[in-house]
Every structure is written in C-alpha cells, then in structure tokens.
Design a protein around this ligand. Structure first.
Ligand SMILES: [Zn+2]
Length: 533
C-alpha cells in the first residue's frame, strides 16, 4: 500500500520565539535552522522579516537549506492595493521560497481587532495570496482562531479557508490559536472543513493550553490534514505549541500512523532526535526536561527492583518503543530500592561486565546503600556513581592526590570604601610525586576553590581546559545548622557532554569540593588520561 505524504512545518524560529525568555540571536537562528534541516523538516519558518532587525538580517542571507525556507507576515492593509503596501512588498522581496500569511478567520476578531468589514478581510487575504503567487512564492495561510471562529460563525471561517485556497494558497492552515479546543472537536471540524478545502491542502497549527496540542495535531491528521506545524520541544507563547519532538516519533513509530503516512524524516535521523532536543535546550541555556516523552532522561528509566529484573529479561515489558529508535537509552536507577539486577544493568551500561556472583558486587551494593543513607544521591549523579563503581572494581587510575585545601571568606571595605565579600582558596595537590599549590579567587568559596583547583593540575591541566560547571545545587538534608549538606554539580565539556557529581558533608564547602574533585576525575577518565607515576 502506498503511504500518503505528511508535511512537517517548523515554526520554532517564529512562534517559538514568543516564549517568555527566549530571544534568538542571528547565529542561534542559523544553527537551529541547520539542525532542523538535517533532521528532515519540510518547511522551516525563519521569522517575520520586517518585524525586527534580526529577522530581517536572517532573510537577507538565509542559510543553505534543503527545506522550504518560509517568511511569515501579514496580509496587505485594507484601503490600499497589494502593490502599494510597502510591508507586503518587503515580505515578497524577502529571501525564501515560501510566504506564510496570517489571516483572521473569526468574524469577532475581524470586527474588534481589525475594525474592518468581513468582506474587506477576505479581499485583503485574496489579493495578498494572489500577489505572493505572482511573485513566485509558495503560499501558506495560517487561519488564526479558526476553530473558535468556526464555532461562532462557520460560514465566515469556511469562507476564509475557501478564499485562501481559491487565491492559490498551497496550504490552508487551521489554527487553534487560543489552544483550548478538544481533540474530538478538532476532528469533527476538520472533517467538515475538508468539504470546502480538500485535506491534501489543509494544515494544523495547535497551541498547548490544555496540553492537547500533540493530540489535536494527530486528530487533525486523522480527519484529513496533511501538514502539521509545531516547534522543537514545544516551545511557544503561554503553554507552547505542538511539540514536534513528540509528534515526529509518534508518526514514525506508531503503527496507526506509520503504515498510512510517510514524512521527510528518515529513521537514521529519528535516532538523532534526543540529541537534537537536548542540543536545542543547550542553546536556550536551560536544563532539558527529564520527563519529556521519548527524549527525556527519565523516558526509559525504571526505579523499582522488580521492574528492573523484568526489563533486563525483556525490555518491551515496560517500554512502548525501543529507546534507541529515538536516540535515547534505557536507564535503571541505582537507588535505595534497587536490587542487584539494577546494579548489574547500570554497570553494563557503563561498560562493565561483572559476574552476578562476583563478591565485589555485594560489597559495592552495601556501600551504595550506606552512602545513600548518609545523603548521597547516585540517581542524580551518574558520574559519581560510575567513579564509585570503578574504584571498587579497580579501574580508576590515580591521577593526583589532594593534600589539603583552605578557604577564606572576608567581608571588608575595598579601596573605594564599599563593603565587599571576597573569597580566596588555596589547594595543595600531589601529581607525579611533586607538590603543587595554587591559589584562586572567586565570588564565593566554591567558585574560589574551583579556580584554585584548575589553576595547576600539572600534566593534567590540558585535559580540563574545556571543563565548565553549569549548575550547582545545594540541599540541606536534616534541618538546623548541624545538618548534612548535599551538593550536586552539573558539568559540561567542549563536546557538549554533561555529567553530574555529588558530595555530602556537614560542611558545605567540603561537600562542594568532593563533587568538584569527582567532576575533574571523571573528565580525566573520559579523556583517557594516564595514571600518575
Ligand atoms: Zn501560533
């Protein structure tokens, strides 16, 4: 059976940019567009040329893309012709093969927001689409508030869709702009609309205000649309847009869609999806959502011991798709509840095959439980877990020894007479039998220790040049000033690898130092640094 083609349209760079706190630079836009193109999206909406200098500059020199690079913009203003509307003419002159117009499809908005007649709105739509077609563009029309408009006045919403298609639009995109429509309503309305514009020319643009944007996009496909708009990781205004990172694997891996449709995304590209999703978060400088479907750190993670032994025997017992298909991995948490199966599975993942009856395994399990009782959290600190296991199983080289450290925090007046708090740290290490002492300053004691530690690691210094601390979390475990402190540190290197380490002590500086040292040793281990003499 030949499968029908579904077209995927990414609006991360335009609608996604409406996310509070997100503001892409020109370079960000270039990198993201290339990333989306590599993945295999059909359309990449670059932005709204003319609306801001970044978007205008982006369209002057678009990156080389296989996808159809698309400019977003308004239809012509009422009261003047398309030829005499400078905004529209700029849009048609902008780079890119396609133009996506936004048009109001709810008569209430036409009256209240635009203050024009229903007929004038249709006329502006028709003339703009015709002008863009005449300029050689592929034309899309995002019918704003389509579903709310249809509920209040189906004749008018339908007339907007018909006008767009008759004027030459390749795609008439039905938007759930307020994001409050339910999947069964989307399905019913799309079925009705496909009597006006065939599904082969209809698209869906869903917002996520009731967490149904993905479900709504799929409902629209069932009812006939063949074009889906969404964003990476579902970013967007308010609660976001339809999440392409969930839609793509659903279309490719779930039989109901996979047997009926094909997309531009090849299965080897699907296997890069986890990387794309996390690299995108990296660019936004935010921690990836651990519970994100398909690509989250926890998406294929199991905690309880009984599940872990079942997973080791037959992964499909607890997995709806194989994690590798989307580039994710199976993870079995080492935690208080874990039995030996968990531990074995985790060791296997980090490249250890240990015999189930190896006595060292029992000792390691006991040690993990003891340490977790003291406050260590290995679930959240993969790298510290790996170091602990490798140490007990004898495969961590001795790189350097810490002979001691000292930290001073001083609150004093500076030369300008202002009160400042400064921190200084001294770290003493032994590398290859030689004692090294370094001092560092920082805005706090941990920062000062970090600077002092990195300043001179002897022959290991080169290995940690690209090591960067990205996050630092402190948890007080049992109240009061005599409490135990747990410090979690997230590190990153130049290759984009991230790892977590943990330290526990009644002293916050000591706990931080343990986590810092683990991070450095882990990095040396990953780099394959040789043991000290
Ligand atoms: Zn939108």
């Amino acid at each position: 059976m030949t499968r029908e083609r579904l077209y995927l349209y990414d609006t991360t760079l335009r609608d996604g940019q409406q996310t509070p706190g997100v503001d892409f630079s020109l370079e960000d836009k270039r990198v993201i567009a290339l990333m989306l193109d590599e993945l295999g999206l059909d359309y990449i909406e670059g932005g709204y040329p003319g609306a801001n200098p970044t978007d205008s500059a982006f369209f002057v020199e678009p990156p080389p893309l296989k996808a159809t690079f698309t400019a977003f913009g308004m239809t012509k203003r009422p009261g003047r012709s398309a030829a005499n509307d400078p905004g529209l003419q700029d849009l048609l002159r902008a780079g890119g093969k396609a133009v996506c117009f936004v048009a109001k499809a709810w008569d209430y908005h036409v009256r209240v927001a635009l203050g024009i007649s229903n007929e004038d709105n249709l006329e502006a739509l028709r003339e703009s689409v015709e002008a863009a077609c005449a300029a050689g563009k592929e034309v899309l029309v995002d019918c704003e508030h389509f579903f709310d408009g249809w509920k209040s006045n189906p004749d008018y919403a339908g007339a907007c869709a018909r006008t767009a298609r008759e004027a030459g639009a390749r795609w008439v995109v039905l938007c759930d702009t307020n994001g409050g429509t339910l999947p069964h309503e989307i399905e019913e309305i799309v079925r009705d609309v496909s009597g006006i514009v065939p599904g082969s020319h209809l698209g869906i643009h869903a917002h996520n205000d009731i967490e149904q944007a993905v479900a709504n996009s799929l409902a629209a496909v069932r009812a006939g649309v063949r074009h889906i708009q969404g964003t990476l990781n579902g970013i967007g205004e308010r609660c976001g847009n339809a999440n392409l990172v969930s839609i793509i694997p659903t279309l490719l891996l779930k039989q109901a869609y996979a047997e009926r449709f094909e997309t531009g995304i090849a299965s080897d590209k699907l296997a890069t999806l986890t990387h794309v999703s996390r690299a995108f978060d990296e660019l936004l400088n935010r921690a990836p959502n651990r519970q994100a479907p398909f690509v989250g750190e926890s998406a294929f993670t199991t905690k309880a011991g009984i599940h872990a032994s079942a997973i080791a025997k037959a992964p499909e017992t607890y997995e709806h798709v194989p994690p590798e298909t989307v580039g994710n991995r199976r993870r079995v948490l080492v935690s208080d509840q874990a039995g030996k199966s968990n531990l074995l599975a985790e060791l296997q993942r980090i490249g250890f095959s240990v015999d189930r009856n190896d006595r060292r395994l029992d000792a390691l399990l006991v040690e993990i439980k003891e340490r977790e009782a003291e406050g260590y959290a290995y679930e959240a600190a993969d790298a510290s877990f790996e170091l602990l296991a490798r140490r007990r199983l004898g495969t961590v080289p001795n790189f350097f020894a810490v002979e001691g450290f000292r930290v001073m925090v001083e609150h004093r007046h500076n030369a300008l007479g202002e009160l400042v708090t400064v921190s200084e740290a001294i770290v003493k290490l032994k590398v290859d039998g030689e004692s090294l002492m370094s001092a560092g300053e920082g805005n706090g004691p941990v920062n000062a220790l970090d600077h002092a530690l990195r300043k001179d690691l002897g022959r290991y210094s080169a290995y940690i040049e690209d090591l960067e601390l990205v996050d630092y979390k402190v948890r007080i475990l049992n109240g009061g000033t005599g409490a135990t402190t747990r410090v979690l540190i997230e590190s990153r290197d130049g290759k984009g690898q991230r790892w977590f380490t943990v330290g526990v002590s009644p002293n916050i500086v000591d706990a931080s130092f343990q986590a810092l040292i683990d991070s450095v040793v882990y990095k040396l281990l990953k780099e394959g640094a040789k043991a000290a003499a």
